[in-house]
Ligand binder design. Structure first.
Ligand SMILES: [Fe+2]
Length: 531
């Protein structure tokens, strides 16, 4: 709808070409016809036998009962322009096996790593069996990638008895070591949700890592190559690579994958026409570096990111995009008393279409648990001590109409076991979701688990003043912590258990991660169990 500029039209043309190429790769995969180790394309200037290519690891994502996306990028010099590759396509072989030693290979094929996509590879591996572990790897010339482990989703009608997943967000590279991701990688999760701030766009001139002063980290990302380089910088980290290798990821983005607190076409840094070019750059680099399907490939500044993933009859995940369609923050953003803007029902955090899609999906799921994976806190967060109320304008508090429509709409439709997962706050907050937050006696219609950051905000503390105020002013908040970490959820038909995994420190290596709190939601009883 906005692709009127020549550059964006060119992006659309590239997209059509890429679809054709990927179709060819998929056909090759199905025939099983493998070229020799050295394909014609490998005649590139990159010496595939001498320069390490798989420096940014591998990943998998968006598992379906019969398919999963596997990802890698070829980058012999990850922080150099084009990752050190020249501008020619390279053929990449891939394999998916039932065992880690690759004795039982069940799917194999070739894909083309194209310079237009910074030599990333996204293979939508089809024909897999539901609810199975698989192992995958890539090969170019004599080089074989690290091995990743993934897992398909159960068949839609399959009544699996339990699933385990992790969710996390906010991994500012310069603010800490990925201790929490290393812990996540060591534990057994069927899937990992990442709810935004995979990168931070702003330049940081200092940080806790020895190489924080690297000029690559100090630049604000604006151009496509800037964003690509930032993903490379983050993905060099071995703990992040290990977390990707351990389980498939389901990702959505928040603000910092583009720029702090952007809203639809609006950001104070630039007029909409310029901002949309930056957004197109950011989206393109995001898609390139995430294990996402072609259905998520951006068309210029537009990307279809909200989507559903189902785990049998146990749970359905509605993954939201609360940035791309939202009204501009009310009252000039920041923390404000509720105001005519934040209370205006015509304003939206999801956009009308996504809101309808969400409510329709929640009503129709038929699953035991109905999960919303999104970016921001949905519960009311009064951060001012005393009778006056001050709330963030960037969270659902700044979009009260949206909150009322989603929570009220879910309640009206009889949606059972609604659980929202969020991030962005850089603190752990677990809340009962109330039909009317002004009235503590109003029905609890769902449960919210907001995870803290992986690193953003440095080490933190058990509580800070903001956290103590949150607990005092908001009776629906049942748990708070201001350290770094992530959350593991174990879900059965009877109950949902959320383990808040907390790192004692992230600003120096070797921190310890332990379960700080274990919170339970019972089937049929919205809200956090307090007894
Ligand atoms: Fe963040």
């Amino acid at each position: 709808m906005r692709s009127t500029q020549a550059g964006l039209a060119a992006a659309a043309a590239t997209r059509r070409r890429f679809l054709t190429v990927t179709g060819t790769a998929a056909a090759l995969a199905l025939t099983g016809a493998l070229p020799g180790i050295r394909s014609a394309h490998a005649a590139s200037a990159v010496n595939v036998d001498r320069q390490p290519l798989f420096t940014l690891g591998i990943a998998s994502g968006d598992p379906l009962p019969d398919a999963v996306v596997i990802w890698t990028r070829l980058a012999p010099e990850p922080l150099a322009p084009f990752g050190g590759m020249d501008q020619r396509p390279v053929t990449v072989q891939w394999q998916v096996a039932e065992d880690e030693a690759f004795h039982r290979v069940v799917r194999r094929g070739t894909a083309t790593a194209r310079p237009e996509y910074s030599h990333t590879v996204h293979v939508d591996v089809q024909g897999l069996r539901p609810w199975r572990h698989y192992f995958y790897r890539f090969r170019v010339g004599g080089q074989i990638s690290p091995v990743g482990r993934t897992r398909t989703a159960p068949a839609p009608g399959d009544a699996i008895s339990a699933m385990s997943f992790a969710f996390a967000s906010c991994q500012a590279w310069f603010e800490g070591y990925y201790t929490a991701l290393a812990d996540m990688a060591r534990r057994d999760h069927d899937v990992i949700l990442f709810l935004g701030d995979y990168i931070y766009e702003f330049g940081a001139d200092k940080g806790v890592r020895p190489d924080s002063g690297d000029p690559h980290a100090m630049r604000q990302t604006v151009t496509l190559d800037d964003y690509r380089e930032r993903y490379a910088l983050y993905k060099i980290d071995p703990d992040l690579q290990a977390a990707h290798a351990a389980a498939p990821w389901i990702v959505t983005l928040d603000d910092h994958e583009v720029v702090d607190n952007w809203a639809d076409e609006a950001h104070p840094s630039a007029p909409p026409a310029s901002f949309l070019v930056r957004r197109a750059n950011a989206f393109r680099a995001y898609w390139e570096h995430m294990p996402l399907r072609l259905s998520q490939l951006p068309n210029g500044p537009d990307m279809q990111l909200y989507r559903r993933l189902r785990y049998g009859t146990l749970a359905e995940f509605s993954i939201l995009d609360t940035r791309q369609y939202r009204s501009d923050q009310a009252g000039g953003d920041g923390e404000k008393p509720p105001n005519p803007g934040s209370l205006d029902p015509s304003r939206t955090i999801t956009g009308e279409e996504q809101e309808r899609w969400l409510l329709d999906g929640l009503a129709a799921s038929g699953t035991r648990w109905n999960v919303i994976g999104q970016q921001n806190a949905m519960a009311q967060l009064d951060v001012k001590a005393g009778p006056d109320m001050v709330v963030p304008m960037d969270t659902w508090d700044g979009y009260v109409g949206s909150r009322n429509r989603v929570l009220g709409g879910a309640h009206e439709r009889g949606v059972k076991n609604l659980v929202s997962l969020g991030g962005d706050l850089h603190r752990s907050v677990a809340s009962d979701l109330k039909l009317d937050f002004a009235d503590p006696a109003s029905p609890t219609v769902g449960t919210e688990f907001v995870g803290t950051s992986i690193t953003s905000g440095l080490d933190g503390a058990d509580h800070d003043q903001v956290g103590l105020t949150l607990l005092a002013e908001n009776p629906h908040i049942k748990y708070h912590n201001f350290q770094r970490g992530y959350v593991t959820c174990t879900v059965t038909e009877q109950e949902w258990t959320a383990d808040y995994r907390v790192a004692d420190r992230v600003t120096t290596p070797g921190g310890t991660v332990t379960t700080r709190a274990q919170l339970v939601v019972e089937d049929g009883r919205a809200g956090i169990q307090t007894t």
